[in-house]
Design a protein around this ligand. Structure first.
Ligand code: NOJ
Ligand code: CA
Length: 555
């Protein structure tokens, strides 16, 4: 296994244990079930599994309300089962990262119970209190329409406590050195059990000053991130933190650190939202702008690129008209929208079930500057169940086969209903059928992942946009160790012939080797390429010659 900067050329797959595979028949996915699916994931080409929270939890926010940081929720198995799982991953050369949810705990966590019932408890100062209702109690809610305030009165404590998210998720006082020491301990614990790092939940809120009197835009303690990272790397040199931070491009560098001394990876929400805008309107300009704005970053840092995740597709960073355009294209119904800012559907239904658009979107995401993060179920183009509340609609169990409940469980009471009937029901959309079909999306994705791994230029190199003469076709070229690759995507519903000029220094005047088919492009006499892009078409080219595999320097 390549250890140094492994995340630069990784393919990440995120899943929640409870909805993946149930082995003991109680209707709830478990570690044993997941472990049995590792060969499947390895076959798909996944190099890193991101596990969503699996620790003991009342489960009121899909596990993002933890009541014990040092255990496995008994519904999913035991710590022993967890270690069997990480061992199984290691055997297959796959890494595991897990969610680190330390902005808040569950209100059922013993720390919070002690803090509220006993003012002299050492845990009292682990949370954020106010004697009177703070003036800002109704501002800054994260789930508008569902969450009413960020402060709630606790009768036992006779005080108000702060909660950035739901009221059952009291915020930890992350500035308290004892809380910080505990966060390090939590990281150290899971590293010993075989994980390679963490997806850190809600980073801007973790590092934000908290309290009744903080200003409307509370100052952030970025140094905390350096301390987390240092500890991590003292314990385990190649462990990483992938931060969830939906922030403006001007703040990116504060999260990575000027010398790359803070987070190794951060999700690129800016690219994500503009990518959906490009898919909705066929206008690539805002996406290009977003990619340019998020370009500067330290050499060791990396973006996480994604299409959909387990939350709503947050469009909050787009302008009002842009957001309206994405809503109109992908979530026109009020029932498809959430929190006034996002779309709660899965990818394939958003794209109208159009396989061409699904390939386009996936190909584009895979070739943007960063590391791809794939959501479970998207490899078989699963759908959603809009009758489920809030974000639950896109968190239904994995569809493995045509057996009852999609082969997810033998129980008749699955943790969440398996999608059945219609185009996206397990009867039509499942792994078993797609494995057998060479033309299935699953097998297409496997081939694309294989090729993505052979193009380390994307994760490591520098990129530039190449003019195509139209806003509907995006061409991006990567350069790394004297090798170049070029990706062309037609966002439009019309076929288009585009011209790729030879470039000021003849950057593209050679043969363009098509990496996905035998359809290479020869330059004309002037060194220009004329490429006929079909509607929603995409091309992966290596610039230069057919012997590219021999010429490419090894990573
Ligand atoms: C972000 C997570 O992605 C989301 O699912 C969760 O509700 C909040 N953080 C609170 O932990
Ligand atoms: Ca089970």
């Amino acid at each position: 296994m390549i250890n140094d900067l492994w995340y630069k050329n990784a393919v990440v797959y995120c899943l929640s244990v409870g909805t993946y595979m149930d082995v003991n028949g109680d209707g709830i996915g478990d570690f044993e079930g997941l472990t049995r699916r590792l060969d499947y994931l390895q076959g798909l080409g996944i190099t890193t599994i991101w596990l969503m929270p699996f620790q003991p939890s009342p489960g009121r926010d899909n596990g993002y309300d933890i009541s014990d940081y040092y255990g496995v929720d008994p519904r999913y198995g035991t710590l022993g089962d967890f270690v069997e799982f990480t061992h199984g991953c290691q055997q297959r050369g796959m890494r595991v990262i897990i969610d680190l949810v330390v902005n808040h705990t569950s209100d059922q966590h013993p720390w919070f119970k002690a803090a509220r019932s006993d003012p002299t408890s050492k845990y009292r100062d682990w949370y954020v209190w106010s004697k009177a209702e703070p003036k800002n109690a109704t501002t800054g809610v994260v789930f508008p329409g569902v969450q009413k305030s960020t402060w709630t009165r606790d009768a036992a404590a006779k005080a108000w406590y702060f909660h950035r998210f739901y009221d059952f998720q009291p915020d930890l006082a992350t500035a308290n050195p004892h809380v910080q020491a505990e966060i390090l301990k939590i990281m150290g614990f899971w590293l010993e059990l075989g994980v390679s790092g963490f997806r850190m939940d809600a980073v801007p809120f973790v590092i934000s000053a908290k309290g009744a009197r903080v200003p409307a835009k509370p100052p952030e303690q970025f140094d905390m991130l350096r301390r987390f990272r240092e500890f991590l790397q003292w314990r385990c040199g190649d462990a990483i933190i992938l931060g969830e931070a939906n922030v403006l491009p001007e703040d990116d560098m504060k999260y990575f650190g000027g010398d790359g001394e803070r987070l190794q990876m951060v999700f690129n929400f800016q690219a994500n939202q503009n990518l959906f805008y490009a898919l909705a309107t066929a206008d690539c300009r805002p996406l290009k702008k977003a990619l340019k704005a998020t370009k500067p970053r330290p050499a060791t840092a990396q973006w996480g690129m994604f299409l959909r995740n387990h939350d709503e597709l947050d469009l909050g960073r787009l302008t009002e008209p842009q957001r309206a355009a994405v809503f109109a294209a992908f979530g026109p119904d009020a029932s498809m929208q959430l929190y006034g800012r996002g779309i709660r559907r899965r990818l394939m239904p958003m794209l109208g079930g159009d396989r061409r658009r699904l390939e386009l979107a996936t190909s584009l995401m895979m070739t943007l500057p960063g590391t791809p993060v794939i959501r479970y179920g998207d490899e078989i183009a699963m759908g959603d169940d809009l009758s489920l509340k809030e974000r639950e609609c896109a968190r239904t169990p994995m569809q493995w086969s045509t057996e009852p409940h999609g082969g997810f469980t033998k129980s008749d009471h699955p943790i969440s209903p398996v999608i059945s009937g219609g185009a996206y029901g397990f009867e039509h959309t499942n792994v078993a059928d797609q494995r057998r079909d060479p033309d299935s999306f699953l097998n297409w994705l496997e081939r694309i992942i294989r090729m993505r791994k052979e193009v380390p230029e994307i994760g490591w190199g520098d990129f530039q946009f190449v003019p195509t003469g139209t806003h509907e076709v995006l061409a991006i070229r990567y350069e790394w160790r004297r090798n170049s690759v070029l990706f062309v995507h037609n966002l439009g519903a019309q076929p288009r012939e585009v011209t790729i000029e030879r470039g000021a220094e003849g950057e593209h005047d050679g043969l363009l080797v098509n990496l996905l088919s035998g359809d290479h492009s020869e330059p004309d006499k002037q060194g220009c390429h004329r490429i006929l892009m079909e509607a929603y078409g995409y091309r992966w080219f290596r610039i230069g010659g057919l012997d590219y595999l021999l010429r490419r320097s090894e990573v």
